[in-house]
Design a protein around this ligand. Sequence first.
Ligand code: ZN
Length: 65
Amino acid sequence: MKVERTERICPICGKLYTGIPATSRIDNFTLICPDCGTRQALETLGISQEEQEKILSIMHSHQPK
Ligand SMILES: [Zn+2]
């Protein structure tokens, strides 16, 4: 299976990202980066911004670079 590696700019954080985009929960249409997708998902769970960043940094530290 071929994985597409399209580069996109996230409209929320302005970061260039590759990989599978997430759909914004705000309008269910805008494509956002996986990080912002995670942030929005955590926000729906009532997780504070500070906690969101902590969770993201943990996730990033487990990603092979
Ligand atoms: Zn983003």
